[in-house]
Each structure stands twice: as C-alpha cells, then as structure tokens.
Design a protein around this ligand. Structure first.
Ligand code: PHE
Length: 339
C-alpha cells in the first residue's frame, strides 16, 4: 500500500507541475483529492492493513495528502499572481496622457428663452408661478370665458384624457387658478408646457408658453402696451419696433396681437418676415371682466391685463429659424448658435 501511495504522490506532483492553467490544475485536484479521487479511494484499502501497520500507513497517507495539497496550493497562487500581473499591465492608465476631447453640451432654446423672460419679468416685479399640465376643462376653458359650445374651442385641438380632463392647451389655465386663489393686487408669470394636436414646421404637439397676468386697480391697455414694449425691447434688443394689432380672445377685451420688427432685416422686409418687416409674437389684452367675476374678483374695483407668448416661437423669431423641428433635434452645433 505504501508503494501505491508513493506512486500516487509522484503522479500527482508530476501532473500538478504540468497543469498549464487554473482549470487543468483543478482537474488534478479533483482527480487525486476529490471525493472519488485516487487518494480517497485508496483509503478504503486501510481495512486490509494489519492493526500494527495502520498508524504508519495512516501517517503516510496524511503526508502524501499534505504534499499534494501544498504543491497544488503553490501552483494556484502562481496562477493568481500571473493573472493579476497581466491585468495590471493591460489596464494600466497613463495619467500623463492628454485627455480626449469631450464635447460640451449647449443650453437648449427653451430654457434659454424661459430664463431670459423670467429675468426680465422678475425685474419688473412679477412672481413666477407654476400650474398643472394635466388640467381640468374648467380651468383651461370654462373659467377663461370659453364655455362648452363656444366656437373658440375649435381654435385649439385638444388632447382630452377624459370628458373633463385634458392636457392644457394654454398656460392661460394658470390665470384661472391664480385669479381664484390670489387677492389683488398681483403680478404673475407662468412659463410651462402646453399641448395641442398640431404638427408641422411651425407647430409641435408639445410646446412651451409663458403667461403673464397683472391685476390691480386702474390697470389699463396703456400699462399693457408700455410694459410689453419694454419687455420686447429687452428680449429682442435695443431698437426693436413693436406693433399692436386688434385681435380677439374670449378672456381679454379688448384683445391685441403684438408684432416685433424682424430681427433678420430690422423691418426692411426679407424672406423670414415674408417682406412685411414684422413678425407676430404674442397675444394679449385687458382681462375680460367676466373672467374676473367667474373667479370672484370685483370687476368694478379691479382691472387687469394678460399676455401669452410661445417660447419656441420667440426663439424662432429671434434666431430666424424657419423650421421649429430643428429645435428638437438637439444638435449641439445648432443649439450653440442660438441667442
Ligand atoms: N392663451 C392665448 C393663446 O394660447 C394667448 C393669450 C394669453 C392671449 C393671454 C391673451 C392673453 O393663444
């Protein structure tokens, strides 16, 4: 039996030496030391060894086992070290190497114009407020003096969620909410997303507006015109001409539409402004007394004015962008040119 053990030892050590990788080393381990391994199997023969010989043979079995284990252990360690050395070499980082060019992002047209507007309006004493994008029919239409069967609802193709809930078609919905919850005097603006079922070069189903509302005693169209002229001058630049045209909105009376001189040709007429020298940029007017009354505000004592402008539209006019959709492609080269 001793002979047999010696033979196993020699064989095991030899095969350990020859193992070329971790996998074959493990095979050797299983082959000799595993549950069905050669060393384990030979132990069954201990039954036939005489009782006097048994301690000696037993001790030798342990010696052989430790020798094999030790050898395999050493080899395992060598493999691990080799692997680590390889990883260290291949994953080496040269911290002295110059960094690769990282393209920086650009501020998008929407937050850029929104921030400009907020700056201008906060300067003029406005408070910025927010309103829900999923809105009730009441705040979006009804409280804005647009009753259920009013023809003006045709002007806006709405995304309805249920009979009385829709994605707001105008930030004017915030007007209804603020009129209901605030006590005059107040001045608010509310920039945010709006939704209409419309999609072409100048319309997107999701777009942004900024609403403005002032309510106080003795507020008039004259105040609105002065304030808008100043706002447009700050937004579009010194020397911008502002033009007011009569218009109609159910929630303002009288209503106006505001044009600014074309930033591309400064009023001379070009392709951008279709030769007119002006571009339409926002709707506004004196708050319809009906709207104040619906919100429970005394329209004898208080008057107000409101305006609403498209944010994308403002950027398109300011930068002479012919197609709104380029704005959503997020090409940094394009965005970097916007002002
Ligand atoms: N809500 C109007 C629109 O979306 C704009 C507007 C706002 C007009 C406030 C007048 C006063 O077209």
């Amino acid at each position: 039996m001793i002979e047999k053990l010696k033979e196993i030892k020699v064989k095991a050590l030899d095969e350990t030496q020859k193992a070329a990788d971790k996998k074959s080393l493990n095979d050797v381990k299983v082959k000799f030391l595993g549950k069905q391994g050669e060393l384990t199997l030979i132990l069954r023969g201990m039954r036939d060894v005489s009782p006097e010989e048994r301690p000696k043979v037993g001790a030798f079995v342990n010696e052989v086992r430790s020798a094999i284990e030790e050898e395999i252990g050493k080899k395992e360690k060598a493999f691990d070290e080799e692997e680590l050395a390889k990883a260290l070499a291949s994953e080496k980082v040269d911290i002295t190497e110059p960094s690769k060019f990282i393209q920086r992002g650009a501020i998008h047209a929407v937050p850029m114009i929104t921030d400009k507007l907020i700056d201008i309006c906060v300067d003029m004493g406005f408070t910025v407020v927010d309103g829900p994008e999923v809105e009730t029919d009441y705040y979006n239409f009804e409280a804005m003096n647009i009753p259920k069967n009013h023809p003006s609802r045709d002007m806006q193709d709405s995304f309805y969620i249920s009979e009385n809930i829709l994605l707001r078609t105008q930030t004017s919905a915030v007007q209804s909410r603020e009129l209901e919850s605030r006590k005059p005097p107040f001045k608010i603006i509310s920039p945010g997303k709006t939704y209409r079922n419309d999609s072409d070069a100048t319309h997107s189903p999701v777009f942004h507006q900024c609403e403005g509302l002032v309510v106080d005693e003795n507020v008039s169209m004259a105040d609105l015109k002065i304030m808008l002229s100043e706002m447009m001058r700050r937004l579009y630049g010194e020397g911008t001409k502002v033009r007011f045209r009569p218009s109609f909105f159910p929630f303002t009376e009288p209503s106006i539409e505001v044009d600014v001189s074309c930033p591309n040709c400064h009023g001379d007429g070009c392709k951008t402004c279709k030769g007119t020298g002006f571009l339409e940029i926002l709707g506004a007017g004196v708050v319809n007394p009906r709207v104040l009354e619906i919100a429970g505000i005394d329209s004898k004592k208080y008057t107000g004015f409101a305006f609403g402008m498209g944010i994308e539209r403002t950027s398109m006019v300011l930068n002479s962008i012919p197609d709104l959709r380029t704005m959503y492609k997020n090409d940094v080269r394009f965005l970097n040119q916007l002002r």
